[in-house]
Design a protein around this ligand. Structure first.
Ligand code: BTN
Length: 332
């Protein structure tokens, strides 16, 4: 796992405003030579941070950047939720926050949350990659030990999706966000956030669970051609750069609240809300389920969080996993 040197961190903080800074001014502020500044700028570029260099003006970031900061994040977490946090860890660059917590599985206490500025091998559902550039989005994983059997965790991913949309409205983004079963967060049919839950079942009715959330916050469209599906970010929706620390803090708050309620009351407590966000309701869809492609009209989810599909033969069946693509809207 790469660590940012103090100099590099300070350099990002100085350049973070998006204005030009001359090499000599930066060198003076950091008490290092201009050539050391030049080397550090090259290191920033290696991290994927785009730095523009203009003769006579100096250096500036292509996009303003504010690093994640534990104090600022914690400022947005209520005391009741903060009390549930055994650990909040901020990391710079690592393969995947989910995999990082997997290494801590046996030792860690509930709740252990980590965030990274960048993931070099971010994981999505169905073996996909989650594109995770430095300093622009939220890549968060939460380890929680449920004192209950694995079978009771059906529907957890729906609840985490709700925690994300609730965070967006708490932040004041009142747009029409939708949840696509099982747990994509969409805006105008473009993906804004995704969730990857990994469960390590254990004996004696306890299940250690890692909940990973990737939320596109300040990602720009012009430098992300690698993403193969339609996507968006909060800054693209609102037209403004957003404060990741505030969003991360409010997200942690909602996440811990939702997990605790789920632990006590199960999915039933959330189903009415979830139905209000259902992106698939009434749509003709295809579900990739193992090697099969199953078609039908989406008819909500049941009490186990399974997708209900009405088939051409008139029967409705429930599916617990798969990848959905929308074919068309059915008008009745
Ligand atoms: C998906 O929609 O395909 C799920 C995306 C999940 C991405 C998050 S980012 C934080 C955590 N670490 C990972 O490697 N993946 C999840």
């Amino acid at each position: 796992m790469k660590k940012l040197t103090v100099n590099l961190k300070q350099l990002i903080t100085l350049l973070g405003d998006g204005n030009f800074h001359s090499g000599s001014a930066l060198g003076e502020k950091l008490s290092i030579t201009r050539s050391a500044i030049w080397k550090s700028i090259a290191q920033l570029q290696e991290l994927g941070i785009i730095v523009e260099s203009v003769k006579g003006k100096g250096y500036r970031l292509a996009q303003p950047l504010l690093l994640l900061d534990a104090t600022q994040i914690e400022h947005h977490i209520q005391t009741t939720e903060k009390n549930k946090l055994a650990k909040l860890e901020l990391l710079h660059s690592l393969p995947s926050t989910n995999d990082y917590l997997k290494e801590k599985l046996t030792l860690a206490q509930t709740a252990y949350i980590c965030l990274a500025e960048q993931q070099s091998a971010g994981k999505g559902r169905m073996g996909r990659t989650w594109i995770s550039p430095f300093g622009v989005n939220i890549y968060l994983s939460c380890l929680w030990q449920f004192q209950q059997d694995l079978s009771t965790l059906a529907g957890l991913s729906l609840v985490i999706g709700l925690a994300v949309v609730k965070t967006l409205s708490t932040c004041g983004f009142n747009d029409d966000f939708k949840l696509k079963w099982p747990n994509d967060i969409l805006w105008q049919n473009k993906k804004l956030a995704g969730i990857l839950i990994e469960i390590s079942a254990e004996t004696y009715g306890c299940a250690r669970t890692i909940m990973g959330i990737g939320l596109n916050v300040n990602m720009l469209s012009d430098n992300q051609q690698e993403i193969t599906q339609p996507w968006t970010s909060i800054s693209a929706i609102t037209g403004n750069m957003q404060d990741r620390n505030k969003i991360a803090g409010l997200l942690i708050n909602q996440l811990l609240q939702h997990i605790s309620i789920f632990e006590r009351q199960g999915l039933a407590a959330f189903l009415p809300q979830w139905h209000g966000y259902d992106a698939l309701l009434g749509k003709e869809i295809s579900l990739q389920h193992g090697n099969d492609i199953i078609s039908g009209v989406a008819n909500g989810v049941n009490e186990y969080g399974q997708l209900l599909l009405k088939h051409a033969d008139g029967c409705t069946r429930a599916y617990s996993s798969g990848d959905v693509s929308v074919r068309k809207l059915v008008t009745q």
